[in-house]
Design a protein around this ligand. Sequence first.
Ligand code: FE
Ligand code: FE
Ligand code: ZN
Ligand code: FE
Length: 170
Amino acid sequence: MGLFGLGVKLKDLQDLYVEQLRDLYSAETQLLGALPQMEAAATAPELKQGFADHLEETRIQVQRLETIFQDLGEKPGGHTCKAMEGLVAEGSDMIGEKANAAVKDAGLIAAAQRVEHYEIAGYGTVATYARVLGHQQHLELLRLTENEEKAADSKLTGFAQEINLEAAQA
Ligand code: FE
Ligand code: FE
Ligand code: ZN
Ligand code: FE
């Protein structure tokens, strides 16, 4: 730590790691509220099911973060992810649009893929920090979540193939 650490909140990578984990915890807990609304707004059964499935995964992802905070002896709260507030607000705007069903589904996918990409970026970062800091168990948990986010993004791309065509013909 040394002299440069005095009075500095983020004095080393470990502090930044905890801060970034809090950002992800805030992001994930916001999604617990948003995903049921996305599910309700979707029309295509596979897209509805996709949102429902990812809500279940998100509950586990929150638990993984709680496990990591417990191991670190830290609390997960106290930080709001402003980026996810914005992404969720864009999703809400899309939910409120008057649109053809397939067009709205395509718009919901557009909003949801932005969310998944944000999460992939966040988990990639904290996984790298966990590796550098020697938190091997955290690394495994964070990679599990990162892979779920990537799989969710791929599934959305798959749904979009058919839904975009329907939207084009609407
Ligand atoms: Fe997530
Ligand atoms: Fe954030
Ligand atoms: Zn933040
Ligand atoms: Fe996700």
